[in-house]
Write a protein that binds this ligand. Structure first.
Ligand SMILES: [Zn+2]
Length: 392
């Protein structure tokens, strides 16, 4: 049986290659270039049809900075317009400013990146199509992940609050509120984006996030290339620029026909327990494919968690109405107050904002990867594919 020949040792070789030898792999840099070439060579060495899919993207920091500059300008402008021309003019100005801030990414310079695709065709007719993927880029080190969290919560609140105050100002004659908010809003916006302005340009070696996922994609590809599933085509993908806002998976999901399902592997090398991501988001909740999750959980002992503020590459596929989920892992730690608050008021089940302690840091190194997690992930993926094969 194919699953017996899954070699965790090969996974560790890939992880060492990606996170030690190549090291940091920020999208559109020398590191990510080397990583994509390495992955393509591996696919080719297993006899897969391998190719690059190129795409453009705007990097996250540039996008955040330009939005913040525009919005601070809007708040200050609104303050003076309020004083001299009244609240209606000010509101129109603010609405226009929000529009510019929204569309600004389309005008910013783009960077180039690529997905690496390896296709394994069956010897028989194709009746099923499966996609197995993991992102290969690594993230900038966040100075205290709480800042990013704070930003993600505070940013939309500032925008909504300002709009609400402006409307109150016009209809209830509360001009003072608008002026007050403009004066407070501008520095507040600046403060809550501080880490983005004073970024040390450190990039994580990304052993867990996500050389671990890529290593399993590669090893599963090798195993299955030796004994392909009947009637099933598998596309193995290493996504670029996930940390810049799921850019690679977005591009791929726009080019591909709907598969039978997409399984994403992200950050499963360290942590106490492998788990399925049940969904993401707080106000707009996005659930992963329930049936697929159930199938995976029937076979192995897995947790299921809700990831309120994280993005995963399955989201790009869910947006296109395709069946998708992510296998990840979780460290056992007390839920924080925000987790409990979200569970209570937004009816999220098993919410965990922080699931890994070394994520997006210089400490995300191969020593933290557990053999057990790698072994188990390999068999979960191969078992799932075997169930699918039996059904054809
Ligand atoms: Zn990741």
């Amino acid at each position: 049986m194919a699953k017996n020949s899954f070699e965790p040792q090969s996974c560790f070789e890939h992880i060492d290659k990606l996170s030690y030898e190549i090291g940091p792999r920020l999208a559109s840099t020398e590191g990510s270039q080397q990583a994509s070439e390495y992955i393509k060579q591996q696919f080719e060495s297993y006899g897969l049809e391998a190719r690059f899919h190129n795409f453009d993207f705007v990097d996250k920091i540039t996008q955040i900075k330009s939005r913040v500059i525009i919005l601070i300008g809007v708040l200050l402008g609104a303050f003076f317009l309020n004083l001299y021309l009244g609240s209606l003019v000010s509101l129109l100005f603010v609405s226009g400013g929000y529009g510019v801030a929204y569309f600004i990414p389309y005008l910013l310079p783009k960077k180039e990146e690529k997905n690496v695709v390896g296709i394994l065709k069956p010897e028989t007719d194709i009746e099923k199509r499966i996609i197995l993927g993991a992102h290969y880029d690594s993230a900038r080190c966040t100075k205290g992940r709480k800042w990013t969290l704070f930003f993600r919560i505070a940013f939309p609140m500032i925008l909504v609050a300002f709009l609400a105050f402006s409307i109150c100002g016009i209809f209830l004659g509360m001009t003072g509120w608008i002026i007050g908010w403009s004066v407070l809003g501008a520095p507040y916006l600046f403060v809550c984006t501080l880490p983005f302005w004073f970024y040390e340009d450190l990039v994580s070696p990304g052993a867990n996030d996500n050389a671990s996922g890529v290593s399993i994609v590669l090893e599963v590809a090798r195993v299955l290339s030796e004994s392909p599933l009947d009637n099933t085509e598998i596309r193995f993908i290493a996504f670029g620029a996930e940390e810049e806002g799921l850019k690679g998976s977005k591009d791929f999901s726009e080019r591909t026909a709907a598969p039978d399902f997409f399984l994403n592997l992200d950050s499963l090398g360290s942590g106490d327990k492998l788990s399925v991501i049940q969904g993401n988001g707080v106000i707009r909740k996005r659930k992963t494919d329930q049936l697929l999750n159930k199938k995976m959980m029937e076979k192995s002992d897995l947790d299921i968690v809700w990831a309120p503020f994280s993005g995963h590459d399955h989201i790009s596929f869910l947006k296109k109405n395709m069946k998708a989920t992510t296998l990840s892992s979780i460290e056992y730690q007390e839920k924080n107050k925000l987790d409990l608050f979200l569970e209570k008021f937004f009816s999220l089940s098993n919410a965990h904002i922080f699931r890994h302690s070394y994520l997006h840091s210089l400490e995300d190194v191969p020593e933290k990867i557990s053999l057990e997690n790698i072994k188990k992930s390999g068999s979960i993926v191969l078992d799932l594919f075997a169930i699918e094969e039996d059904k054809t």
